[in-house]
Design a protein around this ligand. Structure first.
Ligand SMILES: C[S@@+](CC[C@H](N)C(=O)[O-])C[C@H]1O[C@@H](n2cnc3c(N)ncnc32)[C@H](O)[C@@H]1O
Length: 337
């Protein structure tokens, strides 16, 4: 009996170790893909062209970084945020990036006569600076807000290297999944919603024969800037999270019930995913699909599709949002209730 108990305990321990290591393997594979993805000019040129994004960082760093601050730029890329902090007169600036592209950041700093940044090519989760940090600046925001490992990387640095009085910029995030009507030029109904010159596709609704032809991402579509005609209701964040106040990804809720009263009628195509990021009460940026920027936008919006339905003013739309794994939007669901 004693022997059996020992075997069970040891098996459970091994299973736990295995689960932990597979999580680690997943994380390592993600980092490899990420550093490869940011390893050439393509993404960096897009990010610099996004002036709404860049201007928000310029303004926030100018206002919030002080000469007594030790600053860490997590994922420095072209070195932009580190150089802004250095020019602001920060006491010391550490700029880290796991990508070889950091060589370009060093070159840009040199060309600008900036020589007080310590550049380190390393993953943030294995980086330990010789002193505690006052300000972490970062831009680790994915199209689905959390899908570039932002929370894991920030919570790790917060735990290990940020002063208790320190601050993460930007730190407050709002995630939206808002019922929208698309402009006709962008609206794509499901196959079974078509009726063309007397030909009906409706009988195919829920037909099992379609299943082999339905990709796993059939429920979502990437939509270009300017595709949304209007919100049906008044937008409200599904989730608001301040990483300066929370310490653990497990503390973030993942299931939400939502209700919108329709204020502008129209055909609903689905729920548009977007976010807002705040540095403080004054400076923020976001990718609302109805605020079409004057310059290039480096992020895109995803539509979680819904059966097309016409709503009129005063109707109620209720829906349930489940973000099973925060870092993986392919596990998210948005369902009318
Ligand atoms: C979205 S880009 C932002 C680049 C730059 N900060 C900017 O705002 O233009 C994110 C950068 O973070 C880097 N990165 C992502 N995860 C990282 C990690 N865990 N450790 C170090 N660098 C990381 C990527 O290689 C990439 O250069």
């Amino acid at each position: 009996m004693l022997f059996t108990g020992k075997i069970i305990r040891s098996t459970v321990r091994h299973l736990k170790d295995w689960a932990k290591s597979s999580e680690t393997v997943r994380s390592i594979l993600y980092d490899l893909r990420n550093s490869e993805g940011f390893g050439d000019l393509y993404e960096h040129e897009k990010m610099l062209a996004d002036r709404a994004r860049v201007d928000a960082y310029v303004e926030a760093i100018k206002r919030l970084v002080q000469p007594e601050h030790v600053v860490l730029d997590l994922g420095t890329g072209t070195g932009l945020l580190a150089m802004l902090a250095a020019r602001r007169g920060a006491k010391r600036v550490y700029a880290i990036d796991h990508s070889k592209f950091i060589e370009i950041a060093k070159l840009v700093a040199r060309c600008n006569g900036i020589d007080n940044i310590t550049f380190v090519q390393q993953n943030s989760r294995s980086f330990s600076p010789p002193e505690k940090i006052d300000i972490i600046v970062h831009e680790q925001l994915g199209d689905a807000l959390f899908n570039e490992n932002m929370l894991e990387n920030l919570f790790d640095l917060k735990r290990r290297v940020l002063k208790t009085t320190g601050r993460i910029l930007p730190g407050r995030f709002e995630l939206f999944l808002e019922p929208v009507s698309l402009k006709p030029a962008h609206s794509v109904p499901y196959l079974w919603e078509n009726s063309i010159d007397g030909l009906e596709f409706k009988p195919l609704r829920d037909n099992a024969a379609l299943r082999p032809y339905q990709l796993s991402n059939h429920g979502t579509r990437f939509i270009p800037v300017g595709a949304v005609s209007h919100f049906l209701g008044r937008p409200a964040p599904v989730l608001t999270l301040d990483v300066n106040e929370v310490d653990d990804i497990k503390a973030v809720p993942t299931t939400f019930q939502q209700r919108r009263s329709v204020v502008q009628g129209g055909t609903m195509d689905g729920f548009c995913l977007y976010f807002r990021a705040d540095f403080d009460e004054t400076t923020s940026f976001g990718i609302s699909p109805v605020e079409v920027p004057a310059t290039f936008r480096s992020w895109g919006n995803t539509l979680f599709r819904a059966p097309q339905h016409r709503y009129v003013s005063g109707d109620e739309i209720t829906y349930r949002v489940v973000l099973s794994e925060l870092t993986d939007p392919s596990t998210w669901s948005v369902v009318l209730t």
